[in-house]
Design a binder for this molecule. Structure first.
Ligand SMILES: *[C@@H]1O[C@H](CO)[C@@H](O)[C@H](O)[C@H]1NC(C)=O
Ligand SMILES: *[C@@H]1O[C@H](CO)[C@@H](O)[C@H](O)[C@H]1NC(C)=O
Ligand SMILES: *[C@@H]1O[C@H](CO)[C@@H](O)[C@H](O)[C@H]1NC(C)=O
Ligand SMILES: *[C@@H]1O[C@H](CO)[C@@H](O)[C@H](O)[C@H]1NC(C)=O
Ligand SMILES: *[C@@H]1O[C@H](CO)[C@@H](O)[C@H](O)[C@H]1NC(C)=O
Ligand SMILES: *[C@@H]1O[C@H](CO)[C@@H](O)[C@H](O)[C@H]1NC(C)=O
Length: 584
């Protein structure tokens, strides 16, 4: 092992004093791993510990080897190194190792290459696939606090069982009459079967719902698009000087041509941005940014893999009963607390109200006076995409005393500011920096969240809310990882100069999928970005609003902009972080 490490790590020989530390650590890591094979959290901790000791660069080789062995057993991770014409700036050794680690941890199982012609009737077909409730140890009796397991078997349209994994599935358990719902945890067995596990949290009937979001074969196409067409959503900028104007195409990754480029990479955050240089005007003459359009370039055969109601967001039927009756908690049964459940849900709905399982008591802020009381004397800064702008709109509407400054700003872009002068409440919204699919953003309003955070004083009356995900789905996931690493650095700076600042992050959520939405913003892309977001902010003093589960668990249809009853629950979670119940 020593020889191997040093062959790969020239640094070993140049730093002999580290050699023994590295070896010792290797042995230490190995022993620990043997003891705690199944405990991913401990391994993560260990990894952070190693990084904190500034030894990442020395242990990266075997650490990464071990990661692939332990975290993704029979998944051969996709090569993320092929970015086509996308280039990235070098990262610090620590960030680079974190990036590798995250890429491994979100690796999706291999999906089949689509040879042409790929027989449509060999792809996963929800109409022929089934799920079965596993009766388990309780022999078909379940109590509150138990888990329910469901086995899903995928078939193609000729009723042949699928032999490989990679299908995108969502699962929930619900009871419409009780307004109850909870998201299930789906596990891919990589052999065409999946299990979904649910926490049983209410008494009475509970009905299982399993949805095929995409057949595994569709994932092959989504992957190809990221690799070959990261510029399928393109952007435009207008340049102006005197009476001369020009418009050129812009993106995170621009195809190399003979045309010279303007490099608008942010010197502070390192976020990449390029436009083709206008013919006559200079790069400094850029005045605005807009979404340009979408180049759809998939074959007719590929398109068949994305048919709403046929193989995209379709329910899978049960082979037997789809519902169970949950009995009251067994006497003497230990309380299932979510903190002790490795991958349990973060909360659930009961009577339409979200109840968190992370120890937060979610209070109901049903009246404008309850919200005003909570926000009195506070400043709330919202940064991100339109899913966070929804929160601004909700608060602005819910509080009649909030008076919005009507600036000449576009309804889409902002920035917005609303003030309750009597109660000393200020709420602001600003959209995140490019890539952003808004129209007509003046360049002076193109701000990266990380840079904005550096201008926030912070303190116990300041709440910073972040939501950034849906505009970054068409690019290699590294673009998102790096964006969040930059935001995290700014959050860390904010929390060290003003530790009592409250930082809240809204996660991604599944949405309604038609062909266009899918190729530009499929839930499969969002799912991975959601995992990245959680990984990057893990261990920091920030609070999450789990939009993913709050949308999956709810009866209302998935939507990029969730409907008001869901937003109301999200705002209640936010306000419960700001104004925790006394004594809770
Ligand atoms: C399956 O699809 C292939 C090619 O699309 C076709 O040749 C074949 O007849 C189909 N089989 C059935 C049973 O429909
Ligand atoms: C697939 O793997 C799971 C878990 O190992 C196993 O329970 C199941 O029986 C397997 N299914 C098939 C069809 O081999
Ligand atoms: C763009 O600018 C950044 C920051 O100055 C620089 O690091 C990067 O190499 C430039 N990229 C290209 C392709 O010129
Ligand atoms: C469309 O996709 C095909 C196959 O991947 C590729 O050869 C072609 O260059 C693409 N066209 C555009 C305009 O991107
Ligand atoms: C399942 O639902 C059906 C129809 O809604 C109902 O008749 C049946 O009693 C339920 N079964 C259980 C076990 O709750
Ligand atoms: C707030 O509204 C919810 C849902 O409409 C309701 O269940 C709850 O009782 C209300 N709470 C208060 C404190 O008014």
């Amino acid at each position: 092992m020593k020889a191997q490490i040093c062959k790969r790590q020239a640094v070993c020989s140049s730093l002999p004093k580290y050699r023994y530390i590295v070896l010792l650590l290797a042995v230490f890591v190995l022993i620990l791993i043997l003891i705690m094979k199944d405990n991913m959290d401990t391994l993560e901790l260990l990894w952070h510990f190693i990084c904190l000791m500034h030894l990442c660069q020395h242990v990266s080789f075997f650490q990464i080897k071990l990661n692939s062995k332990i975290f993704t057993p029979s998944v051969s991770p996709v090569s993320y190194t092929d970015h086509g014409f996308c280039t990235f700036l070098p990262l610090s050794p620590r960030d680079a190792l974190e990036e590798k680690y995250i890429l491994k941890s979100i690796a999706w199982p291999e999906t089949p290459p689509l040879t042409s012609p790929f027989p449509q009737n060999k792809t996963s077909d929800p109409a022929h696939s089934i799920f079965t409730i596993v009766s388990g140890r309780g022999g078909g009796q379940w109590h509150v606090g138990d888990k329910l397991e469901v086995m899903v078997k995928m078939y193609d349209s000729q009723r042949n069982p699928k032999k490989y994994g990679g299908d995108v599935l969502l699962a929930r358990l619900h009871n419409p009459a009780l307004g109850a719902g909870v998201a299930g945890q789906v596990k891919d067995h990589l052999n065409g079967s999946y299990s979904a596990v649910f926490s049983l949290l209410w008494e009475g009937s509970a009905q299982v719902e399993v949805t095929l979001v995409h057949p595994s074969e569709a994932v092959t196409v989504l992957r190809r698009l990221t690799r070959e067409q990261p510029d399928r959503i393109y952007f435009k900028s207008q340049f102006r000087s005197g009476s001369a104007t020009e418009i050129t195409t812009c993106n995170v990754c621009l195809r190399p041509t003979q045309q010279p480029m303007c490099n608008y990479t942010d010197l502070h955050t390192g976020d990449l941005w390029f436009c083709y240089k206008p013919k006559k005007l200079s790069c400094d003459a850029r005045i605005s940014h807009s979404k340009g359009g979408f180049n759809q370039n998939i074959s007719a055969m590929e398109r068949k893999l994305f048919q709403s109601g046929i193989n995209m967001k379709v329910s899978i039927l049960a082979s037997g009963p789809a519902n169970i009756t949950v009995l009251p908690k067994n006497k003497g049964q230990s309380q299932v607390s979510s903190s002790s459940m490795e991958s349990g849900p973060s909360g659930y709905y009961y009577q339409g109200v979200w109840r968190a399982l992370d120890g937060t008591t979610v209070s109901q802020f049903n009246t404008s006076s309850a919200i005003t009381q909570c926000l009195k004397g506070k400043v709330v800064h919202l940064y991100g995409d339109s899913t966070i702008r929804q929160w601004f709109e909700y608060l602005n509407t819910a509080l009649p005393d909030l008076k919005e400054f009507i600036l000449q700003n576009s309804k889409q872009v902002g920035p917005f500011m609303t003030l309750d002068y009597a109660n000393n409440i200020l709420v602001t919204y600003r959209c995140h920096g490019p890539p952003i699919r808004f129209s007509n953003v003046p360049t002076s309003e193109l701000r990266y969240i990380a840079n904005e955070l550096d201008n926030v004083v912070g303190g116990r009356n300041t709440i910073v809310v972040l939501g950034i995900w849906s505009h970054l789905s068409t690019f290699p996931v590294e673009v998102y990882i790096r964006r969040l690493q930059g935001i995290r650095r700014a959050v860390v700076r904010l929390l060290s100069r003003a530790p009592s600042t409250l930082v809240v992050i809204r996660t991604a959520n599944p949405k309604a999928l038609m062909l266009y939405e899918t190729l530009t913003n499929s839930d499969w892309y969002s799912l991975q970005r959601d995992k990245v977001l959680r990984a990057i902010f893990k261990g920091l003093n920030v609070h999450l609003v789990d939009a993913w589960e709050m949308v999956v668990a709810h009866n209302l249809p998935h939507s990029l902009h969730p409907q008001p009853p869901i937003i109301k629950n999200m705002i209640n979670v936010l306000l419960s972080y700001i104004c925790p119940k006394k004594g809770a």
